[in-house]
Each structure stands twice: as C-alpha cells, then as structure tokens.
Design a protein around this ligand. Structure first.
Ligand code: AMP
Length: 124
C-alpha cells in the first residue's frame, strides 16, 4: 500500500529499523549522511537503495526541511555509491517515489539506484 507522505515520520518504519541494525540488510555503503543496501526485491541486475540517516518521510520532506549540509551529503553519497559500483561509464538510473501516484511504500526517503544492464524506457 502506498504511504501518505504528508504524515509525520514513523520511527518504526522498516528502513528506520535497518538504520538501527534491528533487521538485517545487505549494506554496501555508509558514511556520515547515508547508508545504502541491496533492494530485497531487485528490479534490475543491480538495484540498491540509498537512504539518508536523517528522519525524512519523502523527497518532499527532505527537500523542504533538511539543512543544506545534509542535502549535499546525501546527494554526494548517492553519487559515491554509483561510482563505487562502476556505474558511471555504463550509466544508471535514479528514482525516488513519492506518495500515492509515485507508489511509495516505505515512509523513509530512499533513492533507488538501478544499473548493470540497459534499463529501457523511463516508465513502463
Ligand atoms: P518504494 O515503493 O519506492 O517505497 O520502494 C520500497 C522498496 O523497498 C521496494 O523496492 C522494496 O523491495 C524494498 N524493500 C522493502 N523492504 C526491504 C528490506 N527489508 N530490505 C531491502 N529492501 C526492502
């Protein structure tokens, strides 16, 4: 079920639990601002989720409220993950779903990083 991105942050969402290491994930990156781990249900040969350590429900929440330093740190982390996986040469795709039309299911901001194969059209 898509979530309502206007609701307050829920500390019990699944990515909050992954951040606190209360449930396992295949973590591939971490720094001061963000962590990244493999999506449990990959939609491409490589499908990684990058999430900020801060408590933001969605891209909208983050864009509106995060301090500039945190925004820069998160954006750099996304770039680092892609670069470290050798995706810059072949290319890759980023996606952030927001709310009902976006199909967002987890109420903690995450950017999907797809790569490792040609990705076809933007929207199926
Ligand atoms: P979205 O629809 O943009 O909210 O995407 C949520 C993504 O989180 C989906 O691609 C799920 O496969 C993924 N996901 C859900 N639970 C987990 C988990 N425990 N570990 C890794 N990925 C997950």
């Amino acid at each position: 079920m898509p979530i309502d991105p206007t609701l307050p942050y829920d500390d019990d969402n699944i990515f909050a639990k992954i951040l606190r290491d209360e449930i396992p994930s295949k973590r591939v990156y971490e720094d001061q601002w963000a962590i990244a781990f493999h999506d449990i249900n990959p939609q491409a040969k490589l499908h990684i989720l990058v999430i900020p350590r801060g408590k933001y429900v969605s891209w909208d929440d983050f864009a509106a409220k995060a301090p500039a330093e945190e925004i820069a740190g998160f954006i750099r982390a996304v770039g680092n993950v892609a670069r470290e996986h050798g995706l810059v040469g072949p290319g890759y795709r980023l996606l952030a779903n927001v709310g009902y039309h976006g199909g967002q299911e987890v109420p903690h901001l995450h950017v999907h990083l797809f790569g490792g194969q040609p990705l076809g059209r933007m929207i199926a």
